[in-house]
Design a protein around this ligand. Structure first.
Ligand SMILES: NC(=O)c1ccc[n+]([C@@H]2O[C@H](COP(=O)([O-])OP(=O)(O)OC[C@H]3O[C@@H](n4cnc5c(N)ncnc54)[C@H](OP(=O)(O)O)[C@@H]3O)[C@@H](O)[C@H]2O)c1
Length: 318
């Protein structure tokens, strides 16, 4: 079983340096995947209110706790405040709703999913589109006000750590300069094609860990995309280490200094993805992989959220 090192957070707590993503999977399939992953040594799980699978993920964890396989303190569970709950008066409600869904007493890490707030219509309207369009109705809630309400959750003991997701460097700095409790992480898209080197360096200097989502760039085997999973030079590097291209891709973001959270509901891949702690890419191999950066971004916010919104994060260089 892989020995996953822990990463020290700026609040003194620790986070396993590798985890299981859960986006786009609900009910039995994700519950089975989480239970299998726990058996295979995974201890860090990433969900979100938006994924509508908190019940399944939390239920699976609770089952493994009641079987005596793990204790609650062995598990690191991340969930996220969704954009319709950015109004400070809604933050505690949203967090308690996540806790209720998860069936847990506390959340290890609660992230602000995205810096832009969406208009609240009702609990079931997670993405309020302007009629007849795919443009989201956003609001102008300042993410600093949302952050202050998240700080209160730590003080109340509902969550152990708080963090950001999809924030650019300037926005991260603004939070750091105005906060009482520092974000421990910024969870961002990071893979061979979008290696985030500048944001990683910026965050490292400020003791904010980068967590890498879409570390495999959400593969599409039919189209053989991303090419780094199917072609050289990744393929050749993988063969040299007796590993798969996916393992090389995950090892690459790990060696960039980030915490990868690949998602899989497939047993063989859950096994494959965590086996990245027994080899090392050389500086030359890292350089070759660096050269595959295209800047391509997968997470779809850019397509639905007005890119001119003052808090839209992806217009900045990093
Ligand atoms: N904060 C945010 O805004 C944000 C955005 C996106 C994602 N996330 C988080 O990050 C996690 C990971 O990102 P993601 O799920 O979007 O993308 P990803 O992990 O890059 O890709 C997941 C896809 O890769 C497949 N896969 C997994 N291991 C594989 C392997 N070894 N070889 C080939 N294919 C493999 C999975 O298929 P199977 O499941 O069928 O095995 C799934 O279709 C998410 O699940 C979520 O928890 C956060």
């Amino acid at each position: 079983m892989a020995n996953v090192p822990k990463v020290k957070l700026n609040n003194g707590l620790e986070m396993p340096g590798f985890g299981l993503g859960t986006y786009l999977s609900t009910s039995n399939e994700i519950a089975e995947a989480v239970k299998y992953a726990i058996d295979r040594g995974y201890r860090h799980f990433d969900t979100a209110y938006f994924y509508q699978n908190e019940r399944d993920v939390g239920g699976a964890i609770k089952e493994k706790i009641s079987e005596g396989i793990v204790k609650r303190e062995d598990i690191f569970l991340t969930t996220k405040l969704w954009c319709i709950h950015h109004e400070p008066s809604r933050v505690e409600y949203a967090c308690r709703k996540s806790l209720e869904n998860l069936g847990l007493d506390y959340i290890d890490l609660y992230l602000m999913h995205f810096p832009v707030g969406f208009s609240y219509v009702d609990e079931n309207t997670l993405v309020p589109f302007k009629e007849g369009t795919y443009n989201v109705i956003t609001n102008d809630v300042d993410y600093l006000d949302t952050w202050k309400a998240m700080e209160a959750l730590v003080k109340k003991g509902l969550v152990r750590s708080i963090g950001l997701s999809n924030f650019n460097a300037e926005q991260t700095e603004r939070v750091l300069k105005n906060c009482e409790i520092k974000p421990v992480t910024n969870q961002v898209e990071c893979n061979i094609e979008l290696n985030q080197k500048k944001l990683i360096e910026f965050s490292k200097q400020r003791d904010v860990v980068i967590t890498s989502f879409c570390p495999l760039a959400r593969p599409n085997p039919k189209e053989r995309k991303p090419s780094f999973l199917y072609e050289n030079p990744t393929k050749a590097i993988a063969e040299k280490h007796n590993k798969t291209p996916a393992q090389v891709a995950l090892r690459y973001v790990l060696q960039l200094g980030t915490v990868p959270i690949p998602k899989s509901i497939t047993k063989s891949r859950i096994d494959e993805n965590i086996e990245i702690f027994d080899f090392e890419l050389s500086p030359e191999e890292m350089k070759v992989l660096d050269s595959l950066e295209t800047g391509n971004r997968i997470a779809a916010f850019s397509k639905i959220v007005d890119n001119d919104h003052p808090y839209f994060p992806f217009k900045a260089e990093f």
